[in-house]
Ligand binder design. Sequence first.
Ligand code: SAM
Length: 238
Amino acid sequence: MNDYSGLIKYLEGYGVSVSDDQIRQLDTYYEMMIETNKSLNLTAITEFSDVLVKHYIDSVSIVRDMDMSQELSVIDVGTGAGFPGMVLKIIFPSLNITLFDSLQKRLKFLDEVIRTLDLKNINTCHGRAEEAGHLPGMREQYDLCVSRAVANLQVLSELCLPFVKVGGKFVSYKSDKGSEELASSKHALEVLGGSLVKEDIFTLEDNEMVRNLIIIEKKKECPKTYPRKPGTPSKKPL
Ligand code: SAM
């Protein structure tokens, strides 16, 4: 088995303890990802030590700002190979998570992981956020929407905020470009009913990797016209 002490120590720093079973689950997930990555493009990062920091620790870094040990309903928009959603589910089993993506093949991989690890209260969902954001079963249904490496914040706000309940949060995992993106998103957030709670800027990997968790609260309902049809949010950002 690989060495997870870096992740265990990181989480301990936030009062989160991880069992041997959870570590085994993360390791099985890692092995399945590497195996599947030979035939399906899941991740460019494959070295274990890199995956541990850039995928696993980065995914759980939201513990800096939020108590994740609650029964929150969470959607991960553009989850890809399951980041951050799958890692959050393994570490915080009380979460009820929807892993959402427009690429069916990646979701098939995640379904296999869910089956193999026997995870409960987690499902995959296929679609475009622009369309799913209008479905009654998904619109304004989640306590928390997370998203990493999907679109710039101006566009992403339109894809993500419609899923969030009024009073819920949208947390965007960004890099050192986050503040710039936030500055361009003021109008989008206003229109969509979002309000900045804070930017949490920090570093991972011996201070090399700048991260910015942008935390937005949904203050009021999104107007019915949003999200606009697939492609429009990126072509004509708000
Ligand atoms: N979040 C993962 C991560 O950080 O490793 C994956 C990032 S990957 C670069 C972007 C993912 O977002 C892809 O799997 C893509 O299919 C999905 N995606 C992009 N636009 C989307 C949309 N409008 N609706 C749903 N999924 C979308």
